[in-house]
Design a protein around this ligand. Structure first.
Ligand code: ZN
Length: 174
């Protein structure tokens, strides 16, 4: 789902929530957009901290999305998980802070938009919505010989020409 769409849809929802959230609507809007920052974390994890370029992160996810229908593809975005939602929910319940509740609602709104988008494209089950689900499914795929790491390593190989995301020295400049 592209960032512009999230910025726009989150902005509209945040303005509609002003009567409820007041100035905290800003936190709703910010979290509904910034949650996608975990695509960057995913990129760093997959390339084993060898490349930090934001531009190449977008290239990487573009390639992956095009290959996302492959049987052996399984994605995880850490902020888009039940565990992340539970953590923010727990903190907001403990503190009672309205801004943190607004962050939680922003995350939920973003995930709802993502889930509809993925469902329409028949990709809903290509992304795990829980860290535990991801670990179980990844292990099962390995047992079935599906090589779930392959879409990631082959995308990195396509981008950098080296296996396993071994980025050359010259690729470090942004
Ligand atoms: Zn998202």
């Amino acid at each position: 789902m592209n960032a512009r769409f999230h910025t726009l849809s989150g902005g509209i929802a945040a303005s509609l929530l002003i009567p409820v959230l007041g100035v905290n609507s800003v936190f709703f809007w910010a979290s509904s957009v910034l949650i996608d920052g975990d695509h960057y974390l995913d990129y760093l994890y997959r390339n084993r901290l060898k490349d930090f370029s934001v531009k190449r992160m977008f290239d990487f996810h573009g390639h992956l999305f095009r290959n996302g229908q492959r049987q052996n593809f399984l994605g995880l975005n850490i902020m888009h998980t039940v565990e992340a939602l539970l953590l923010v929910y727990g903190l907001s319940a403990l503190t009672g802070w309205l801004w943190l509740k607004a962050v939680l609602w922003g995350m939920l709104f973003h995930m709802l938009v993502d889930v509809i988008y993925l469902y329409v494209r028949g990709r809903l089950f290509r992304r795990a919505l829980s860290v535990i689900e991801y670990a179980i499914r990844w292990r099962r795929m390995k047992r079935q010989g599906l090589q779930p790491e392959l879409p990631y390593t082959s995308t990195l190989q396509l981008m950098f020409g080296t296996p396993q995301g071994q980025v050359g020295e010259s690729d470090h400049q942004d």
